[in-house]
Structure formats: C-alpha cells, structure tokens
Design a protein. Structure first.
Length: 154
C-alpha cells in the first residue's frame, strides 16, 4: 500500500501543479470496509471554491483511472483546507500576513500561551502579531509556535 500511496501522491501533485493548485493534505485509508482517498487542495491566491474542488476531482479521478494505480474501489473526496486552516510553514506565514490568526505557544510571551490577532509580519524566523484584546504587538520566534491557525473573526 505504501508504494501505491507514493504513486497516488505523485499523480495528485502533478495534476495539482498543472491546474495551479497544491496538495495541502492527502490520505488513503480503509474505513468501515471501504477505501477512501481524501485530497485537500489549496491555491496561492484566494480561497478554494466548490468549483475548484469539482474541477480537481474530475481531473484527478480520470488520471487515477487511466493509470490504474488503485486496485480496489474507493471513494474520492476533494476538499479545501478550510477557512480556519492550519498554518504549517514559513511560506504560509508569509502568505497570510494581514490575516487573523491564533497561535498556541510552547513558552509564554508576556504570560500568554495563546495569541489571537492580526499577523503583521514574518521575518528572520520571527512573527509579529497585533493582539485583538490589547491592540499591542507581540513577537515570538517560529520555533515557539506549537500550532497556528487562521481565524475567521477576531
């Protein structure tokens, strides 16, 4: 199954690149006796729409059928990472400057383990967030972040 997953990922990434998407997450697992291939797509500009998911689903489904990578019947689910998606790497922090975020910290910054506010800057492994409650800027290093997510509202 590992070899299949590797090939599925390669095909999914090729297809996504051709369509100006990227693969945010991909899982292939058996649940309740059925196989499910779940692919979460993202794009660098704007949000992923239902039309985006439908277009990608048709394209990847056709490619997987042609290449006959998955021997069993399966359900294909294509989705977006969601409005409050996880921010996972440096590129995401750069991309989401100006957006509302929630940061869970490993070590407190001025007695705070959670910072919620607007992401103001990301430079040299440092993140600056304008906190919603105080309006003050707080700074922390990237390696101090346990988890980060976008927030719909402040």
């Amino acid at each position: 199954m590992y070899e299949n997953l590797k090939k599925i990922r390669e095909v999914a990434e090729e297809t996504a690149k051709e369509m100006d998407y990227e693969i945010y997450e991909l899982t292939y697992r058996r649940s309740r006796g059925k196989y499910e291939l779940k692919i979460s797509i993202d794009k660098s500009k704007g949000n992923v729409s239902l039309d985006d998911c439908e277009r990608f689903s048709k394209a990847i489904g056709a490619r997987l059928d042609i290449e006959d990578i998955i021997p069993d019947s399966y359900n294909l689910v294509v989705e977006s990472p969601g409005a409050e998606r996880e921010i996972r790497d440096k590129n995401d922090f750069e991309r989401f400057i100006g957006e509302n975020v929630k940061l869970l910290l490993n070590k407190p910054v001025e007695k705070r383990m959670v910072l919620i506010g607007k992401l103001k800057a990301f430079e040299d492994e440092k993140i600056v967030i304008k906190e919603r409650d105080t309006g003050r800027d707080f700074e922390t290093k990237l390696d101090n972040i346990k988890k980060a997510n976008l927030r719909l509202e402040l």
